[in-house]
Design a binder for this molecule. Sequence first.
Ligand code: FBP
Length: 444
Amino acid sequence: MKARRRATALMASAVVLSRTLPSAAFQSCAERSRDTRRSTPSSSLQSSLDPQIDPLSPTSSPGPAGMKKKDLRTFQRFLEVECWKSPSIRGLDRTLLSVADACKQINRIVQRAQTDDLYGAAVDPLTGELAEVNVQGEVQQQLDVLCNTLMLRAFCGSGGVCAVASEEEPIPRSCGDVMGYENENVISDGEYVAVFDPIDGSKNIDSSLPVGTVFGIYRSPAKSGSSKLHIESFLQRGTNLVASGYCLYSATTVLVLTLGSGVHGFTLDPDKQTFLQTHPNMRIPDVGNLYSFNEAYYRDYGEPVQRFLSNMKESGTMGGKKVSARYVGALVADVHNVLINGGIYGYPATRDDPNGKLRLLYESAPMAMVMEQAGGAGSTGRGRILDVLPPQPSQDGVTGHDDESGRDREIEKGIHVRVPTFLGSVENVFELDQFHKYYGDDDE
Ligand code: FBP
C-alpha cells in the first residue's frame, strides 16, 4: 500500500515538473541526474557550477556562448563625439553625463530598496509625519523623493541647465533654488531647461517589477543672466526638444537617448558601472504584432480604441503575425519592449480621465521623440504628440505676480497636463489613428 502511495506521489511531482519545465528540460534534467554518474560535465558547466570561479571574470575559461566582454563604446565617448560633430548641442554632454550618473545611483537604490527598507511612503524626517501628497494627488514614496532629489541635482549641478520641472514638483524650480544658492543668478546662465519623471511605473516598485526614469531637454528662450524663472521655457511643443531619453531598471539597466539624430541604447556594465553602447542606431520595425494596453479599462475606452483592440483580437493577427499582448504597467518598460520588437503601446483617454493618465511634458513627449527618431510614431489619436502645445498661462508667464497661488495653479495645469498616448511602429499607430478618424471623436 505504502509503495503504491509513493509511486503515485512520484508520478504527481513528475507531472508538476513536466508542467513547469518544458519537456526537453524535464527530460534532460532527469537524464542529467541519471547521466552524472557516468560522464564529467564540460569545463564551462564546471566553472558555472563552481561558486569559487566567477564565470564572467576575463581570466576564467570562456563560458557558454563565449562570454567575452565586447569592445563597446562608452556613453562618455559617444557624447564627446556627438557634441563635437554638432556645435548646436555643445555643453549638453556634461549634463547628460551627470544624468547617466544619477541613473546609476537610482539603479543602485532600486536594487537595494528591499534590503535597505526604502519602500513605502516618504516620512518627513523632522516631524515623522507622512510626507506630502504630490501634485498628482499621490502620497510621495520614499523612492520618489530620493530619485527626484538625485535628478534635480544631476541637472542643476551640471551647469548646462538653468531650471527644471519634475513629476514630483508642483511648479518648475530654478537651479539656484535647487542648489540652495542665495543668489539664484549664479546658475541661471545655463541655456537649457530640463523636464523629468524620476521614477516611472512607481506602482511597480514594491513588487520589484521594472521601473524607469524619463527626461527631456529644451533650449531656454530666456535671456541668460535674467533673474526670473521663465515658465514658457517649459511649455513648449515637443518638436522643440533638443534631447530626450529614458533609463530602464530591469533585468539589465538600459539608457536610451536621442539628440535629434537617431536613437542609441547603452547598457550598464555592472562590473565597471559604465554605460556601454550596446544598441547603436536603434530602429523600430515598421509594423509589429505586440500590443501593450491596460485592457482592464477596455469598457472605459472610447469607441475608436475599443474597435481597434477588438478588431485586432478578432483577426488574431497584427502586422501579418499572431498578435501578442504585454503590459508591465511601466511606460518605460512597455515602450522599450515595443521599440525593440515593434507593435504599439497605448494609454488612451477613459471615461474618468478624458485626457488619459500620462503627462505630456515629462512622459509622452520625451518618449514620442525617441519613438519618432527610431522610425516610429507618437500620436494622441488625433495628431502628433510632439505638436501638442501645453496650455499657456494667461498672463506674461513670469512668476512673482500679485495673485501667486492662482498663477501657480495655472502653471501647474500646463506643466502636468495629460494627453492620450499611443507610441509604436508607424503602421500600427497609423491604423489606430484611422480608427479615430472613422469612428469619430465625440466620445473621446
Ligand atoms: P507614474 O509615473 O506615476 O508611475 O505613472 C505612470 C504609469 O505608471 C506608467 O508608467 C504606466 O504605463 C501607467 O502609469 C500604468 O497605469 P495603470 O496602472 O493605470 O495601467
